[in-house]
Design a protein around this ligand. Structure first.
Ligand code: HGY
Ligand code: MN
Ligand code: MN
Ligand code: MN
Length: 415
């Protein structure tokens, strides 16, 4: 490619992303998107993407867990496949761009390359991973985890959603996980590039158009279960209670205080469930989630060990039972240096301002980094908002990201 091309396709992209956003649970009054793994909106969204990939001239297929691939066959079957894409699932009441943009942008890039440059040397594929967020079942990266071999389609037999539906039964009910369907684990990948919104405020604050990710922070996710004693809210004196909610409250405040002291560490309690969850009953049991992140594995381990010692002390002092169940642990993951340099050069040729940065959000890319050269391209998020209906990037920002992706994929697959 002599001079990379800077697209002006943002409005078209937004139209496709708005359409994709209509595949959501309920009609979120706030304009948010809820599209959880193996639900009806999820199936409809994957079907819409399969159609969009077909219209872009790509060969389409699903694997056994419902990952969707669009393939632009290369001329040399002996060289590795170059994969781009992201995840189709969302958080509850999330935005229109997290995950979806990386898929739509990947389809747009492959469509452009096919129409402009014909057959590549390396096969190019764009993937819509079936699940990344961990929003429905207590497992995250279910899609990319099956492609990279972290999971297999029959892992997670015991995993249940909040309604008690198992991952396996939900998968089969949506037509996946069946005998004879194509396996998921790939051994033919030469690189993975993920286009994604930043989901933070750095690019906007620094007035940069493109973020080049150098590393993705490590994450630990847990469920903390407290067992006290349900009792009458009116007749039980304060000094005779074994109140699981009050204990959880003390633990959550403690978490915030400790996290504030550990530079660059972030810790979140995103979900809490009390039982029996009735106003005039002292909660006997409470379960809450922990999401703890840092770019240094040692700090992450030290913080969790210290925190859980404090939780033991608090539970003992209050006379409650305590169980802490880990369900996600990812180490900080570096992205490929030479790909990062290549992206930097592409940004220069496209006259797009850029900066290198960490990702505080987890991404499918972190599972590929140990198995093949992996890169992430960020575009700015308005006010840094994400996992919210207010998630927004301008059509121009979306288009800039696709310009960088298409130029990079051209250099990787056609030369
Ligand atoms: O939670 C995350 O970091 C990502 O959005 N799954
Ligand atoms: Mn997300
Ligand atoms: Mn994401
Ligand atoms: Mn090559």
């Amino acid at each position: 490619m002599d001079q990379p091309v800077r697209f002006d396709m943002g409005s078209e992209l937004w139209l496709l992303l708005e359409k994709l956003a209509t595949f959501t649970e309920g009609t979120e009054a706030t304009g948010g998107v809820t599209r959880l793994l193996y639900t009806q909106p999820w199936k409809e969204a994957q079907a819409f993407l399969a159609e969009t990939m077909t219209e872009a001239g790509l060969d389409v297929r699903f694997d056994k867990v419902g990952n969707l691939f669009g393939r632009l066959q290369g001329s040399n079957p002996d060289v590795p496949v170059i994969l781009t894409g992201s995840h189709i699932d969302t958080v509850r009441n999330g935005g229109k761009l997290d995950g979806a943009y990386g898929i739509m942008g990947g389809i747009a890039a492959l469509k452009y390359l096919k129409e402009t440059h014909g057959t590549p040397i390396h096969t190019l594929e764009v993937v819509s991973f079936c699940e990344e967020e961990g929003s429905r079942f207590p497992i995250a990266y279910w899609g990319s985890g099956n492609v990279t071999g972290l999971f297999d389609p029959h892992s997670g037999q015991e995993l249940l959603d909040v309604e008690g539906t198992s991952l396996q039964s939900a998968m089969e009910a949506s037509g996946f996980g069946l005998r004879g369907q194509p396996d998921c684990k790939r051994g033919d990948l030469g690189a993975f590039v993920e286009l994604h919104i930043e989901q933070g405020v750095i690019l906007e604050r620094m007035a940069k158009q493109i973020g080049i990710v150098e590393a993705i922070v490590g994450q630990r996710r847990y469920s903390v279960s407290l067992r006290g004693e349900a009792n009458h809210a009116g007749t039980t004196p304060m000094n005779m209670r074994s109140d699981a909610m009050a204990c959880a409250a003390e633990m959550i405040v403690r978490l915030e205080l400790l996290a504030a002291r550990a530079a660059a560490l972030v810790a979140t309690v995103g979900r809490i469930q009390a039982a029996p969850n009735i106003p005039n009953v002292i909660p006997g049991t409470v379960e809450f989630t922990l999401d703890i992140r840092h770019d240094n594995e040692g700090t992450l381990s030290w913080f969790c060990d210290y925190l859980f010692q404090e939780y033991e002390d608090i539970a003992n002092r209050r006379g409650l039972g305590l169980a802490i169940t880990p369900w996600l642990a990812t180490t900080p993951v570096p992205m490929d240096r030479s790909l990062a340099e290549q992206i930097e050069q592409v940004c220069g040729k496209l006259s797009l301002s850029h900066r290198r940065m960490f990702s505080g959000a987890g991404h499918d890319a972190q599972l590929f980094s140990p198995i093949c050269p992996t890169a992430m391209i960020f575009v700015p998020s308005k006010a840094g908002i994400s996992h919210s209906p207010d998630e927004y990037s301008s059509p121009e920002q979306l288009s800039d990201g696709v310009s960088v992706l298409a130029s990079l994929l051209y250099e990787m697959a056609y030369e």
